[in-house]
Design a protein around this ligand. Sequence first.
Ligand SMILES: N[C@@H](CCC[C@H](N)C(=O)O)C(=O)O
Length: 269
Amino acid sequence: MQGIGNDFVVIDAYSQAIELTSDQIRQLADRHFGIGCDQLLLVEKPTNPSADFRYRIFNADGGEVEQCGNGARCFVRFVHDKKLTTKTQITVETANGLIYPTLEDNGLVTVNMGAPQFEPSQIPFIADANAITYQLNVADTEVEISTVSMGNPHAVQIVEDINTAPVSVHGPIIENHPRFPQRVNAGFMQIIHPHEIRLRVFERGAGETLACGTGACAAAVAGINLGKLQSPVKVMMRGGNLNICWNGGNSPVMMTGPAVHVFSGEITI
Ligand SMILES: N[C@@H](CCC[C@H](N)C(=O)O)C(=O)O
């Protein structure tokens, strides 16, 4: 499946028992020796009685992570296509609590991603105090970043020109920066006007992807907190656009976009 070019192998572990090792996930995610994907998603029975499904996310490097926005939309499309539910509003258990996706009449999916978190210990990020921006030393350059948790960690910076931003060079340095003990997704945003940005994200455990849903939420939230953006924000990424709404404070971030089935198949591993 793909959500604006962020691609997924989605496995029905609801109707069948499936356990995968990190090696098997890396093999499935490999674009030359496997199927190829940015993330592998498992659809499971919930452990939380309030939820309809449990949603587990693994990066292409085999590591399990807490949240994935584009994946959440594909998750909804998948459980409908597989007829695992007929509900258009579902409650999904993730490693970071519940999220609430809705399948819209027009086929788009809106996900209530919950409230963003900024406390450094919740990112986690090593800092003396909670601030709107921080200086981060990246390859002997001081870069101004905002840190946001959308369930998973994000470091967002504003750049002049998205096409010349040093995503492939600074991305991996920020991802593995010692001030982010669990690594981080590195976002680079160019502000076009208060309701529109361009964004590229170097994702933790996957490299630069064509789009990142939680990265889009984090960038919109960071820009709103800085007084440079206003909700709703159209986030334009290389694979397509998302619409992000956030009313500030503890209100939830709402993300709307498409989710597309590409092909189904079987593989022996
Ligand atoms: N592509 C995703 C995010 C996937 C997880 C991320 N790489 C992480 O390690 O936190 C999205 O659409 O949000």
